[in-house]
Write a protein that binds this ligand. Structure first.
Ligand SMILES: Cc1cc2nc3c(=O)[nH]c(=O)nc-3n(C[C@H](O)[C@H](O)[C@H](O)COP(=O)(O)O)c2cc1C
Length: 308
């Protein structure tokens, strides 16, 4: 079993060898891609940052509307994995940051992933997260992540091309999530991130048309939290590598719930859009108070307690 917390400080965790000052991470898709933006992140007290998913060639993404805001902190998005491509992003990721940067990778085939990882040879990233779970782009994300054989091949391809830690981000598609997580772990993934947004749609009742230009998008935010907690709980029992929880985390209580279910760290996405970057400080302050109140020495001590 890989590290599920270290004793260096009360909030410090180490996942796949990546030391984080606390267990909170930016989820992929919520960070501008410029150097300046990544530097600003150093000031918000996140434990790590996952970039927007990057493909080898740039992707323009879908036409507007790309996001539907639902009540109370939930969203449906179909941005279409818009990103500048590997060459443009590797220039941005060649600077060192004090917050570990994890580059999210997106591709359709072993060939795609292999040339993608090669293009980040000079990057200062601390690791990679393979997005095998975007729910709304043809031939990418879930369409790869729903095929266990392909998942194994992609993870092995990337692991053989880098010595850095590789996380695999899973989601709710047509395949068995637990099987996909197990295949990813058995193929060398250093952690499993669960979950991505969940296929959903919204229809405008006046016009009768789906609201998103892509019609189908991914549901995120508060309303998916109980589903994501369940996924983390089940994956934790299935794999021997750390699980990173993601889905509807807005408060320190949410973070604690994910950790009790088995998350060694938590990724925060929609809460950044809803509440701003201060969410990292409020979650880490609350988590620290909780650990101290329980007389615990490290955040790792609460990971998986709900399984007892
Ligand atoms: C606008 C938007 C863009 C996203 N882009 C990505 C992406 O590029 N790669 C990825 O792996 N996940 C992406 N996600 C999914 C999030 O990283 C996260 O898994 C999901 O939103 C659930 O977490 P949350 O409820 O905290 O937002 C995106 C989500 C949103 C709302």
């Amino acid at each position: 079993m890989e590290e599920r917390g270290t004793k260096s400080n009360i909030l410090g965790v180490k996942i796949g060898g990546i030391e984080m000052r606390n267990p909170t991470m930016f989820a992929s898709g919520f960070l501008g891609l410029s150097k300046d933006m990544i530097k600003r992140i150093d000031r918000v007290n996140a434990g790590a940052v996952v970039s927007k998913s990057i493909s080898y060639e740039h992707i323009l993404g879908y036409r507007n509307p790309t996001v539907v805001c639902l009540q109370g902190g939930s969203y449906i998005n179909a941005v279409g994995l818009a990103n500048p491509g590997a060459e443009a992003f590797s220039a941005e990721s060649s600077t060192s940051f004090s917050t570990p940067l994890i580059i999210s990778l997106i591709g359709s085939s072993e060939y795609d992933f292999s040339r993608l990882i090669t293009s980040f040879g000079n990057s200062k990233a601390s690791g990679y997260e393979i997005n095998l779970s975007c729910p709304h782009v043809a031939k990418l994300g879930l369409e790869v992540g729903d095929d266990p054989e392909m998942v194994g091949k992609v993870v092995k391809t990337i692991k053989s091309a880098t010595a850095k830690p590789v996380f695999v981000k899973v989601g709710i598609g047509n395949a068995d999530l637990l099987e996909i997580s197990r295949v990813a772990a058995d193929s060398g993934a250093d952690a499993i991130t669960a979950v991505n947004s969940i296929r959903a749609m919204a229809i405008d009742i006046e016009s009768g048309h789906p609201i998103l230009s892509n019609r189908i998008g991914g549901l995120s935010g508060k309303c998916i939290k109980p589903i994501a907690v369940r996924c983390v709980y089940e994956i934790y029992r299935e794999v021997d590598v750390p699980v990173i929880g993601c889905g509807g985390i807005f408060s320190w209580e949410d973070a604690v719930e994910f950790m009790l279910a088995g998350a060694a760290a938590v990724q925060i996405g929609s809460a950044i859009a809803y509440e701003g970057l201060g969410v990292f400080r409020s979650i880490t302050a609350g988590l620290k108070m909780y650990l101290e109140k329980k007389d615990l020495k490290n955040a790792g001590e609460i990971v998986g307690i709900a399984h007892r």
